[in-house]
Write a protein that binds this ligand. Structure first.
Ligand SMILES: [Zn+2]
Length: 142
């Protein structure tokens, strides 16, 4: 029994930055479907919520699912315009390993860390303009 056929990463030599658009699109569409199902389930749960605590948990879960969905849509958009795999902050290629693990990643690791620690990334190249990318930072009630 081989498990090699499950979740095969994009083909092509390691270390080269070849984006397998089909693979990433399929992966993202799959995750998108999962999030939509999750949101549907949660909205049913929210309708029958028994107390405030349960309501808060469901609200937090829905916020998380919507954020994930927005990230997925932004990644699909980047795929569509040929900008997938390019860091939105510094303009460098996002390593294939990171993209395979998190297909919706819009930032390289140094920029992700810088964003999370609220520090500017080193050597910012103005490719998109910071935070100007559509849907990368969607409104909370999107
Ligand atoms: Zn970067």
């Amino acid at each position: 029994m081989s498990h090699l056929d499950q979740a095969a990463p994009p083909s092509g030599p390691r270390g080269r930055h070849a984006i397998d658009v089909q693979w990433f699109r399929k992966e993202l569409e799959q995750q998108r479907g999962f999030r939509l199902d999750q949101l549907t389930d949660l909205s049913y749960e929210a309708a029958g919520v028994a107390d405030d605590v349960q309501g808060e948990v469901i609200t937090a879960l829905m916020t998380g699912a919507r954020t994930a969905l927005a990230d997925i849509d932004a990644a699909l958009f980047r795929l569509a315009i040929g900008a997938f795999g390019v860091c939105q902050r510094c303009g460098r290629a996002i390593p294939a390993d990171r993209l395979e693990a998190i297909p919706m990643a819009g930032l390289c690791l140094p920029c992700q860390y810088a964003k999370e620690s609220h520090r500017p990334a080193p050597d910012i190249v103005e490719v998109w303009g910071i935070d100007s990318f559509p849907a990368s930072d969607p409104p909370a009630n999107w």
